[in-house]
Design a protein around this ligand. Structure first.
Ligand code: PLP
Length: 375
């Protein structure tokens, strides 16, 4: 067994990332700030200045004004806030949205299908918006999917929504700080972020709201965050998020280079089993993500095998790991029962070629053992 602080086999960056050095230092510094950012005295103003700096840093990552940033406890809260607060009566969600979007949108939400590669069906979205009442609609399409890494055609979605008068929420939790955000994202009404996906602390995120977008708060009882999210701000978390945002923005090229390791992994697995399905392989994808099936071997068995060998990966949706349910993302892509053998491997800045080769060797070991047993 590996030590919990040994990250050499950590291949679950889409579940969460290790804390960046810069974020750790910033959190430690913010923990020493005694004042409440809402207080008018000196210590309060010092805390406020640090909060404002973090707001600028997060805004800088996305390319928006600092006054558009509303800090929250994470992307889950930010998505809930946007959906509940948009005031729109009709909610349309892509079928591959994160559980927090699907649950916040509720059972009455209309689901827009995706292609076999996990890309939102633009014709279906257009038909749904044309059918009726788009001006009362909120469309939710994520930028990058957490399971397959598939990057959605956001420019086209923005254009469709604008033409029909629908509001748009783009969940950028997996994309921000990892890939350059397409400039069209800035035209969305709501954009959501999660610090712990780009090297910030867990339990902090943000909703970026367009200046003219409607928003009713979920949490009331204070003037914090422009009266849109009451409660004393999580200053250490927010300051850590700001530092991580700034660091991540300077490392997008290094993140893009992870595609070479991801490709090495997929080529290695396919050399062992040419039929191993890679979900979303034909779509534009996050450079760090692969979702790959091991024919005949349940995902839970694989996750346990890899864990014992020192590799941390996820079965199904990472945020619901621990309770392994069938992936609604792979279901929506029409993967069928084979999806139960899919494991998500997601790389990051601690991943090495040795780790990839070691993982491939472990994959081959389990697969050939199962093949022999089945023969
Ligand atoms: N949206 C997406 C696409 C995610 O991948 C996640 C977490 O995995 C979330 C939202 C929830 O983010 P948080 O953990 O900050 O609540």
């Amino acid at each position: 067994m590996t030590r919990p602080d040994d990250l050499s086999g950590y291949l679950d960056y889409n579940a969460t990332t290790p804390l960046r050095r810069q974020a750790r230092a910033a959190v430690a510094e913010a923990l020493e700030l005694a004042g409440n950012p809402s207080s008018v005295h000196g210590p309060g103003r010092a805390a406020w200045r640090r909060l404002s700096q973090a707001r600028e840093q997060v805004a800088g990552l996305v390319g928006v004004g600092a006054d558009q940033v509303i800090f929250t406890s994470g992307a889950t809260e930010a998505n809930n806030l946007a959906i509940a607060g948009s005031g729109r009566g009709r909610i349309l969600v892509s079928a591959i949205e994160h559980d927090c979007v699907l649950a916040a949108a509720g059972p009455a939400a209309e689901r827009i299908p995706v292609t076999a590669d996990g890309i939102v069906d633009l014709a279906a979205l257009e038909a749904a918006l044309t059918a009726y009442d788009a001006r009362n609609a909120l469309v939710c399409v994520m930028l990058a999917n957490n399971e397959t890494g598939a990057i959605q055609p956001i420019a086209e979605v923005v254009e469709l929504c604008r033409r029909r008068g629908a509001a748009l929420l783009v969940d950028c939790a997996q994309a921000a700080g990892r890939i350059p955000l397409p400039p069209q994202v800035l035209s969305a009404d709501y954009v959501t972020l999660s610090a712990h996906k780009f090297g910030g602390p867990k339990g902090v995120g943000a909703l970026i709201k367009a200046p003219d977008a409607a928003l009713d708060p979920l949490l009331v009882g204070g003037a914090h965050e422009g009266r849109l999210r009451a409660g004393t701000e999580n200053l250490p978390g927010i300051v850590g998020m700001g530092a991580a945002a700034e660091a991540a923005a300077t490392e997008l090229t290094a993140f893009a280079a992870l595609a070479a390791l991801r490709d090495r992994l997929e080529a290695g697995l396919r050399a062992v089993c040419p039929d191993a399905p890679v979900y979303g392989a034909a779509a534009p994808r996050l450079p760090n993500t692969t979702s790959v099936g091991m024919p005949g071997v349940p995902a839970e068995t694989q996750v346990m095998h890899f864990d014992l060998a020192g590799y941390a990966v996820s079965a199904g949706a990472a945020c619901s790991s621990g309770k392994v349910t069938r992936s609604h993302v792979l279901d929506a892509m029409g993967a069928g029962p084979a999806a139960e053998t899919a494991v998500r491997v997601s790389l990051g800045w601690t991943t090495t070629a040795e780790a990839i080769d070691g993982f491939v060797a472990q994959w081959a070991k389990l697969y050939t053992r199962r093949q022999r047993r089945a023969a």
